[in-house]
Write a protein that binds this ligand. Structure first.
Ligand SMILES: Cc1cc2nc3c(=O)[nH]c(=O)nc-3n(C[C@H](O)[C@H](O)[C@H](O)COP(=O)(O)OP(=O)(O)OC[C@H]3O[C@@H](n4cnc5c(N)ncnc54)[C@H](O)[C@@H]3O)c2cc1C
Length: 390
């Protein structure tokens, strides 16, 4: 069994690390300062500029097919790069990406939505969650009713990432109540903001914030249906599935950086005449963090590897998401504890991570939903204990 990285993986990982260290980390103090004033750490044009700089460095469209100018990297490579971006708390991600389900668009829609999104000229958001349908996404109610050659959308979506900035929303709506959500009764629509939906900012414990989207008789032409009529829920699940190994990949970077800070602090901060790292209480927090980090790393890389093998990644991705999200919460909590009062201040980014990583246990499937998936796979015999090695 070979746990090493290939030369190519190592080279790509190291180049990403170089970019994050040289171009992104120097922006951290300013980002923290702005966030303390309730402004974004990076504004839209700065993010775009940084992404274009990264493009010159060779990073553009990590998951985007080559015919659209992307790198189409294997999932393991993407996971390694996301870990590197996680090392900085500046909200940066490499550009040249679009929602995976936008590739279901027809040629005209690709010109109007997919390509401008890849190029960073348009911003999308994906909307399935509603006030009455989160974990139970099949309970969505936002309706789309046919009227001539148009569809009229009515209802509300909530907690939509990028909902305040987006130029258009990918909205999953109920088009046939009788068929039901799982029976082909939903459809995905591409809905420009100009068509009439509005967004309302939702304050959260994290930086930035999602939005509620309100659709009050919003008229959408039939040509804006994404994929097939009746395919909405299926596309929605595809969108959510993609993030499941990417979230823990990002978590690994946060945990590595934070644990590194704790080790430095434990080696320098003195109490009672000796460094705090000489106390077993501190040593055990460091040891437990390292063990959990390493376990999360292999769960995550295995989930990514499963994608690259063309196998069904749902079970391994759920395990990686569940464990990785909890690992980073545990590690950041211990890192804060090791820093004592300083950990609680806004001088350091630790309290910021503490707030940020809590979300990882909630979105794109809560801990409880991941457990439900993992146990159901075993109880119904979809997966064997031990996975592909069984
Ligand atoms: C910052 C942020 C960004 C988001 N971005 C997006 C986005 O871009 N697009 C989008 O569509 N959605 C987005 N979401 C929504 C997110 O996916 C949902 O919040 C999440 O799926 C949980 O749904 P809920 O909040 O309705 O909680 P609920 O489903 O109401 O669950 C409440 C609690 O009950 C538990 N629970 C529910 N059912 C069961 C069960 N059967 N067994 C055991 N426990 C159960 C849950 O795990 C949770 O702990 C975002 C959310 C947040 C907070």
């Amino acid at each position: 069994m070979d746990f090493s990285l290939s030369d190519e993986e190592r080279a790509v990982r190291d180049t990403a690390r170089q970019f994050i260290t040289r171009e992104v980390m120097p922006l951290e103090q300013e980002a923290l300062r702005r966030e303390r004033e309730h402004r974004p750490g990076l504004d839209r044009s700065e993010l775009r500029e940084l992404r274009l700089k990264a493009r010159k460095f060779g990073f553009w469209g990590l998951s985007t097919p080559e015919e659209y100018g992307g790198m189409n990297l294997p999932a393991v490579m993407q996971s390694l790069i996301l870990t590197e971006t996680g090392r900085s708390f500046v909200q940066f991600s490499f550009g040249g990406e679009a929602d995976n389900i936008l590739y279901h668009a027809n040629a005209e829609q690709k010109r109007e939505y997919l390509i401008p999104t890849i190029e960073g000229e348009r911003v999308s958001c994906f909307a399935i969650t509603e006030p009455g349908a989160g974990s139970d996404a099949a309970n969505i109610k936002l309706s789309a009713r046919r009227d001539g050659d148009d569809w009229v959308l009515d209802g509300e979506k909530t907690f939509i990432t990028n909902g305040n900035d987006a130029d258009f929303a990918i909205v999953v709506a109920v088009t046939d109540r009788e068929k039901g959500v799982r029976g082909g009764g939903t459809t995905a629509f591409l809905v420009d903001r100009e068509m009439g939906w509005r967004s309302e900012f939702i304050q959260t414990m994290g930086e930035g914030g999602p939005a509620a989207l309100v659709f009050d008789n919003v008229r959408v032409p039939s040509r804006n249906i994404l994929g097939e009529i009746g395919q909405g829920f299926e596309l929605g699940m595809k969108w959510i599935g993609k993030g499941r190994y990417l979230i823990p990949s990002h978590a690994l970077g946060i945990a590595e950086r934070a644990l590194g800070m704790a080790i430095d602090y434990a080696n320098t901060r003195e109490t009672f005449g000796r460094r705090i790292g000489e106390n077993q209480a501190i040593q055990w927090m460091i040891a437990d963090s390292e063990v959990e980090l390493e376990a999360a790393r292999w769960l995550t890389l295995r989930a990514a590897w499963t994608v690259d093998q063309g196998q069904d990644p749902r079970h391994s991705s759920s395990m990686a998401k569940l464990y990785g999200a909890n690992m980073v919460n545990n590690v950041v909590d211990r890192v804060l504890q090791i820093h004592g009062g300083m950990g609680y201040t806004r001088e350091l980014p630790i309290e910021r991570w503490y707030r940020q990583v809590r979300l990882m246990r909630i979105y794109e499937g809560t801990d409880e939903m991941q457990r439900l998936i993992i146990s159901r796979d075993l109880l119904r015999g979809y997966t064997k204990i031990g996975g592909h090695l069984a």
